[in-house]
Design a binder for this molecule. Sequence first.
Ligand SMILES: *Cc1c(COP(=O)(O)O)cnc(C)c1O
Length: 235
Amino acid sequence: MDIAKKYENVKQRIEKAALRANRNPKDIKLVTVTKTHPVEVIEKALQLGIEYIGENKVQEAEAKLPKLKGKYKEFHFIGHLQSNKIKNLIPLCPTLIHSLDKFSTIRKLHNYLQKNELHQDILIEVNTSGEESKFGVEPSSTLPLIKAVANFSNVHIKGLMTIGKLTDNKDEIRTCFSQLRELQQQIAQQNIAGVKMELLSMGMTNDFEIAIEEGANIVRIGTAILGPRQYKEKR
Ligand SMILES: *Cc1c(COP(=O)(O)O)cnc(C)c1O
């Protein structure tokens, strides 16, 4: 299948999942994850009408995005952000950073933004799967973290992000997503000044339909649209 067909197929699956959950498909933003794919492949995808692209490594984004200038509508940063890369990421104008989970990094981000008179929308990444290998704040530590960073005036919390458990057990995956939604609702009820809880970024190639059924309004999809990732061969 070529990218055009795969993209159409994913859009239809998003629509069906939304309708199943009595939701408006237009409320779900599709971020196409372009990590490891070369600029030529991304250009092809953008010609099909893909508007939002996601990258997970600052260095890779720095190399690719300038070549795609004006061709995409939004760049989303979805990877782990090391604090020494903040100065490299922000000039790339990410619409949203999905993946912050540490007080010290958020504080450094705020300080950098303030110095440069900039503002940044972010999500807090939550580890809902309990998998050691995953980034993200513990569910029980999410509210305390958000309270601790809420007064950083140049960082704007817009919601939560998670990565579903890597398993074939659909119930376990669904639990990750329903847990994120419940956390979102609990935090929203606190009415913390400066904190919005309107975005739920969850769902990837293997689980985006479950995520949509559980309330995702941003899905991050790579493989189902662009095919297998092209990691450089190690020699
Ligand atoms: C790579 C990646 C995705 C996309 O994964 P696919 O399974 O290829 O759809 C989504 N979110 C994050 C954080 C990623 O790193």
